[in-house]
Design a protein around this ligand. Structure first.
Ligand SMILES: Nc1ncnc2c1ncn2[C@@H]1O[C@H](COP(=O)(O)OP(=O)(O)OP(=O)(O)O)[C@@H](O)[C@H]1O
Ligand SMILES: [Mg+2]
Length: 317
């Protein structure tokens, strides 16, 4: 549906987007993931025809845009990172205004506004002024405004920033409904967990460059170890047991814990069985087994050498 090839954008000396290429196929949800300043918003601006690239091109259904950016705008909905709403107006009046910008009026506009409001779950708040809305409700109205012209492709720039867990969930349900309706979505975020829940494919960018373009499973496969194992043991792990585990191929990051031992495995099925055999051979009894996936956050760190967000790695709710 959308092809981006060798996209470049500079702001003075600074290269914000540096040779970015990827595809968005019809019906697919693509995550555009990167830390602050990675170039996500700048890329979306060029994908939606708002901003002209310094190099490279964007094609929509085989046709190069920027010669005809207006035709594109009719078929693409952009949910901007900064809320674009009139606080003093009601939700409904905001939608009337945005609908007008897309050339909608009368019954057609009312029908679309009705549908968009009900999709984001704000039908019963249509008469209320936006300034009385919570942050999450504003975010949802911001999404509704981008849906009025019934676009095939929807570009969302961090639509969950600054909202509480409940609103985040509501927004996710709205987006999942759009997916079910067959819409193509590009979802920008710096939350790996969000991209993992929603996206068929994830494009990771950092410093304006694409570092990976893969499915969630494909990204996990890039990690040397994909599963962590924590065992409780009686008696607790001794030096021999730990050294034996550490020497096994495919097992890494062996650590003694309060109750036993933890380690990472590459091929969980094969290595857990061998580890349990080794432990039983040493005379210890396993009283509990816990396993967990490495996270996509680990993939990001492996690719870039730094965390996706500044500061401690806080999980989104
Ligand atoms: N209008 C502008 N003028 C000058 N520099 C800009 C402009 N817009 C973006 N930049 C710079 O380009 C780089 C990429 O910015 P961009 O907004 O695309 O990042 P982002 O990935 O969307 O970040 P965030 O997660 O913070 O929204 C940044 O270094 C930014 O400072
Ligand atoms: Mg941005």
């Amino acid at each position: 549906m959308l092809s981006i090839t060798h996209l470049q954008k500079r702001f003075g000396e600074q290269v914000a987007v540096d040779d970015v290429s990827f595809e968005v196929r019809s019906g697919e949800t693509v995550g555009l993931l990167g830390p602050n300043g990675a170039g996500k918003t700048t890329t979306l601006a060029m994908m939606s025809g708002i901003s002209k690239p310094d190099g490279g091109s964007v094609s929509f259904q085989g046709q190069r845009i920027h010669q005809d950016a207006n035709a594109l705008k009719k078929r693409v909905g952009l949910v901007p990172q900064d809320l674009a709403l009139f606080e003093e107006l009601s939700a409904w009046a905001n939608l009337e205004l945005f609908g007008g910008l897309y050339g909608l009026s009368g019954a057609a506009l009312a029908r679309r506004a009705e549908d968009a409001l009900s999709l984001v779950g704000l039908d019963n708040r249509r008469r209320d002024r936006v300034k009385e809305f919570s942050g999450g409700m504003k975010r949802r109205l911001n999404i509704a405004a981008a849906l009025l012209h019934n676009p095939e492709l929807i570009l969302l720039d961090e639509p969950t920033v600054g909202v509480d867990p409940q609103s985040r969930n509501a927004i996710f349900e709205n987006l999942e409904e759009l997916k079910r309706r067959g819409k193509t979505l590009v979802y920008t975020t710096h939350y790996m967990e969000e991209a993992e829940r929603l996206c068929d494919r994830i494009v990771i960018i950092d410093h304006g460059k694409v570092l990976a373009d893969d499915t969630v499973r494909g990204l996990y496969r890039r990690l040397p170890a994909s599963q962590s194992v924590a065992l409780d043991l009686e008696p607790p792990a001794d030096e021999n047991l730990l050294a034996g585990l550490a020497a096994m191929p495919g097992i890494s990051a062996v650590l003694a814990t309060a109750g036993g031992v933890r380690f990472d495995t590459v091929d969980f099925g094969a290595q857990l069985a061998r580890a349990l055999e080794h432990i039983a051979g040493g005379g210890a009894r396993v009283t509990s087994v816990k396993t967990g996936h490495s996270s996509l956050e680990d993939v990001f760190i492996a690719l870039t050498g730094h965390a996706l967000r500044d500061g401690p790695l806080a999980d989104p709710p």
